[in-house]
Design a protein around this ligand. Structure first.
Ligand code: SF4
Ligand code: SF4
Length: 365
């Protein structure tokens, strides 16, 4: 059975306040039935607050009104939360307790030392546990408020990435990145000529002090130039690749979701300022596509599917790609930019039983 996904279109039908996205936001929150999720519950609102010189995160206007809605719905407590470094610089983007109407809390403590380990059973590749942020584990209800954007390592960031990478500690983020893959290197065959690193068009290859070949998969586009150019045939493509990371992220998001009753979670994804890279890169770049709108619902798989379906290659804004970047030949816009299929994490979440890829868009006028 399809999941209902609410959709408030960013564009206004008429130039009246009541038809603007700010006004539709209030109506969307009313339709989301927040009281049944948060009443008498300690409620965490997980937002990626961004960093550095970035400013294209979810505007504080929306967060403030969401906080008000959660309070009005009878939550016993409400707070906004993110990883420690982003909380520390949140004021730069206009997020303060005074503006939002609630405190802003580092989800795993200021030193990222307040965590609850959860085993991944059976272990997935090198991932045998994730360390969940204690503020998330101790909360009783969750609003997953995500800003949708591209991502070099996994093609895009949305509702699931906001949980899998944003509700854990640095150790877990490293562990998840550690299972990224795509290229294999034959140490015995390599002569360390560095030809591969010099010719990688994306500066993704380096060599560690001990001579080990390393790939920064965020930048790697799996173009295979290094495979072809290596005179010793020391580099090859291995199956799985970035999908290992996608699977790991789905497992991590699942562990976060397991700490909540199923009716105590709401997902909201903001499809505006859809930039090429994640907010954690600390920079804002031109939007790839026109502002689309806001999605909301109870099914993480359906909202991720709907998110991707609404971002279309034909809507790419000319000049929004960095100089010299070219689209790949096929697939979703994010796949043509980052060379990784963004639907992979949706498939993984669905396979783990977290929802359905079938959805009905319910427009909020
Ligand atoms: S091009 Fe091949 S032989 Fe040369 S450093 Fe790279 S992997 Fe090693
Ligand atoms: S596959 Fe392409 S982008 Fe990736 S490391 Fe090799 S040359 Fe660089």
């Amino acid at each position: 059975m399809p999941a209902d996904i609410l959709f408030a279109r960013w564009a206004a039908a008429t130039m009246e306040q009541k038809n603007s996205i700010g006004a539709k936001w209030d109506r969307l929150l009313e339709r989301l039935d927040i009281p049944s999720a948060v009443r008498n519950r300690r409620t965490a609102i997980k937002v990626h607050l961004g960093g550095g010189f970035g400013f294209t995160t979810v505007h504080p206007f929306f967060v403030r009104r969401l906080v008000s809605a959660v309070k009005a719905a009878g939550a016993s407590d409400v707070f906004v939360t993110d990883i420690a470094s982003d909380v520390a610089s949140a004021v730069e983007r206009g997020y303060t307790a005074e503006v939002l109407g609630c405190r802003i809390v580092p989800c795993a403590g200021e030193k990222e030392d307040r965590v609850v380990p959860k085993p991944i059973d059976p272990p997935y590749r090198a991932l045998s546990e994730v360390r969940l942020a204690s503020e998330i584990v101790e909360a009783e209800a969750l609003v997953d408020l995500s800003h949708v954007k591209g991502h070099g390592a996994c093609a895009f960031g949305g509702a699931s990435k906001n949980l899998s990478m944003g509700c854990v500690d640095q150790w877990t983020r490293r562990a998840l990145h550690g299972i990224e893959g795509g290229l294999a290197w034959d140490r015995d065959a390599c002569t360390h000529c560095k030809t591969c690193a010099e010719h990688c068009p994306n500066s993704a290859i380096s060599f560690a002090k001990n001579g080990t070949f390393e790939v920064f998969y965020h930048n790697c586009k799996l173009c295979q130039h290094c495979v072809l150019i290596c005179p010793e045939h020391a580099i090859s493509v291995v199956g799985g690749g970035y999908r290992f990371f996608q699977r790991g992220m789905a497992l991590s998001a699942g562990e976060v979701l397991k700490t909540f009753a199923r009716d105590a979670v709401r997902f909201i994804s903001v499809l505006s300022s859809v930039t090429i890279f994640c907010d954690c890169w600390g920079l804002s770049t031109p939007s790839l596509v026109p502002d689309i709108g806001i999605l909301a619902g109870r099914d993480i798989v359906a909202i991720e599917q709907a998110t991707l379906d609404l971002i279309r290659t034909e809507d790419l804004i000319p000049g929004s790609l960095p100089p010299g970047w070219e689209l790949g030949p096929t697939g979703h816009l994010f796949e043509r930019i980052h060379r990784k299929d963004p639907y992979a994490v949706v498939e993984e979440l669905a396979a783990l039983g977290w929802g359905t890829r079938e959805y009905s868009l319910v427009e909020v006028e």
